[in-house]
Design a binder for this molecule. Structure first.
Ligand code: FDA
Length: 406
């Protein structure tokens, strides 16, 4: 039987980082992944440039059944800590938008950083290697059967990530293992994912596929329901992208994490503008056509589609339009309420919401309360960040918290 101090399952963001840190603390660490290559998700992240953290990350940008759970790990390994590490490795980076940090050159640089940290810690890696069974050994610790033979360790770290993008190796391994050991799982669902609509209802907008504009988007009330559980209210001002099947773009990816099936989204297509006042002023001051006036504030194609949908004439001078029709138009554009029929699912989701229930984990070291030596880190845990580098920061922070306790 091969024996080590700690086995880390999953050589993605969290697993590589945890293995490297634990190895550098002097532990003999074995890192196992079933995929041919390490960190496939880092490779495709941020359009190939990896949005590796967000300068402004705080617990407020994370969703979880227990929103306080992430506090401890995020406070102990911060964005500044990871930025310092990126600098030590000589990786050039830039801030793109709202604190989001990207590599100047390539996501491969972050993978190289993690592999270098693992090498510095003398981490042994078995890859590709399938895990067949995991059990607790008689004298404490764990025994694992793999296609490279059995291995045993007193500490086991599960870093097998979430369900998005199965074609690059995502599995429900971590969730199944949690259940095997009696831990609860918050039902997983795709998050940071495009939303879809009924095809016939969407038909007028499908023709606008590719059109993008800044909107204000929200869902949920934030109020407590009958069981005392609140639906957290999401609210973002970001770009929305119209697609053939529905809505995407940062605004919609962000709100998708908060959206509950059956609930409507509320969209203001002219954020921070008072459309009734703008239309009233235009009506009083000119004989311009409604379609032209609207195109001052909205893409022409979108303005035309809305006028057709509302059965309003685009080539009628504004003074000839009734106030109540203009009010109807303003209401439709600034309080557009629409209910998605679904999401684009795991193939298109960037992250998994839900996961190993934080009630069964210790927030200081991500260890299972009822199974000494068993830890869950990264996306497999019910902690989900916003779009913008937050999910990698959770991977780094949870990995560091765990590594210090192994
Ligand atoms: P991760 O998925 O990185 O690693 C899990 C590892 O476990 C994989 O190597 C997998 O092969 C392995 N594994 C799975 N099942 C196994 C099994 N049964 N046996 C052995 N090994 C197994 N986030 C962000 O902050 N900034 C960004 O720019 C992006 N961009 C982005 C783009 C796209 C397209 C996606 C899909 C996702 C992102 N993300 C992101 C999210 C980010 O990639 C994600 O949250 C982290 O990679 C999670 O890190 P983990 O280590 O937890 O899982």
């Amino acid at each position: 039987m091969h024996r080590v101090d700690a086995i880390v399952l999953g050589a993605g963001a969290a697993g590589l980082f945890c293995a490297g840190l634990a190895g550098q603390r002097g532990l003999k660490v074995l890192l196992i992944d079933h995929a041919e290559r390490v960190a496939e998700k880092i490779r495709i992240s941020g359009g190939g440039r990896c949005n590796f953290t967000n300068r402004e990350a705080t617990p407020a940008q994370f969703l979880s059944a227990n929103p306080h759970f992430c506090r401890s790990a995020l406070a102990r390994y911060t964005p500044a800590d990871f930025i310092a590490l990126v600098r030590r490795h000589g990786i050039a980076f830039h801030e793109k938008h709202k604190g989001q940090l990207f590599c100047d050159d390539s996501a491969e640089q972050i993978i190289a950083l993690l592999l270098a940290e693992c090498a510095a810690g003398g981490v042994e890696r078995w890859q590709p290697c399938s895990v067949k069974a995991v059990r607790q050994s008689g004298g404490g610790g764990f025994e694992i059967d793999t296609d490279r033979g059995p291995v045993a360790a007193p500490q086991l770290v599960i870093a097998t990530g979430g369900l998005p993008v199965p074609k690059i190796g995502a599995t429900d391994f971590g969730l199944r293992l949690a259940r095997q050991f009696g831990l609860r799982v918050v039902e997983p669902r795709p998050a940071l994912v495009p939303l879809t609509f009924d095809a016939s209802a969407w038909a007028p907008f499908a023709a606008l596929s590719g059109l993008s504009l800044e909107v204000e988007i929200s869902t949920g009330t934030g109020q407590k329901g009958p069981k005392g559980k609140g639906q957290p209210a999401g609210h973002f001002v970001e770009d929305l992208l119209i697609t053939h099947r529905g809505l995407s773009g940062p605004a919609v990816l962000q709100i998708s994490s908060y959206w509950q099936p059956g609930e409507p989204l509320r969209i203001d297509l002219l954020p921070q503008r008072d459309l009734p006042a703008l239309l009233a002023a235009a009506k009083a001051g000119s004989r311009r056509h409604l379609g032209n006036v609207l195109a001052d504030w909205l893409p022409q194609r979108l303005a035309d589609t809305w006028l057709a949908t509302l059965d309003l004439p685009k080539d009628k001078p504004l003074p000839e339009l009734r106030d109540r029709d203009l009010a109807r138009l303003a209401e439709a554009l600034q309080r557009w309420q629409l209910t998605p029929t679904g999401t684009e699912g795991w193939k298109k989701a960037e992250v998994m919401a839900g996961g190993v229930d934080t009630r069964d984990l210790d927030s200081r070291h991500l260890g299972a309360r009822s199974v000494p030596g068993l830890h869950f880190i990264g996306e497999v845990v019910d902690v989900t960040g916003w779009l913008g580098g937050y999910n990698f920061q959770w991977a780094w922070s949870s990995a560091a918290a765990c590594a210090q306790a192994l």
